[in-house]
Ligand binder design. Sequence first.
Ligand SMILES: [Zn+2]
Length: 286
Amino acid sequence: MDWFKRKKSTIKPVEKKDVPDGLWLKCEGCGEIIYKKELEKKLYVCTNCNTHFRIGSDIYIEILFDGKTFKQFNENIKSTDPLKFTDVKSYKDKYEATVKKTGLSDAVITGTAKIDQHDVVAAIMDFRFMGGSMGSVVGEKISRAIDMAYKKGWPLIILSASGGARMHEGVLSLMQLAKTSSKLARLSSKKIPFISILTNPTTGGTTASYAMLGDVNIAEPGALIGFAGPRVIKQTIGQDLPEGFQRSEFVKDHGFLDAIIHRHELKQRVAGIIGYFKHNNPTKKA
Ligand SMILES: [Zn+2]
């Protein structure tokens, strides 16, 4: 007799869309039905309640950088599935299907760009690619972007949108925390500014490494920012969580963020911060 027998799961994974197709969208914040073209003009921010819709790396690149100045590098690094991991389906199949569906090679795009004419190195994460999970490719691409910033002496911008480390790559994903953090320490030793932008959501290993290591850490309004998610914390401590727990405004009030910046002002404010560092660099000779 089997005392313990695992039933085969009947739960099917739900496909989630960030900005669904169709002409009209319903705002998750206020329930208002918004014409998609109108939302696009407002950079995917609800004019009624200020909810910042989740957007892909391609739109962030358009919002943040001058004209067509973004030049991607290391675009062809792909995961080798070192653990031969399988859950509902094999990691390899899932990975390939995601590449096909999103047109992305992994959950981060790295490149050089100009922001209000300042040269920068940028890494823009994309939640559409397996929940923006950080595996060895994300870690490697971010490390190389940090190296590029170090070499060129240009400020670094990392925009995070991530559910955390990619469990399909186990400990190799966790190693990316140490790798990226040590590279950032090296960048810091050369006094090159790093601006971290946290968008909805930035959680798990991403928060526990580069996302919180910026010289300036900024977030979009209402973004979920934390290590473990609210449900896990609630179950662990057996208490209700305060209102707005782990949202940008709460995180800022508790000292983990320097500023919350509306998407409409993001480019201008980030460029302003870089300009400030340029003109107030303590290492620069007068
Ligand atoms: Zn709304």
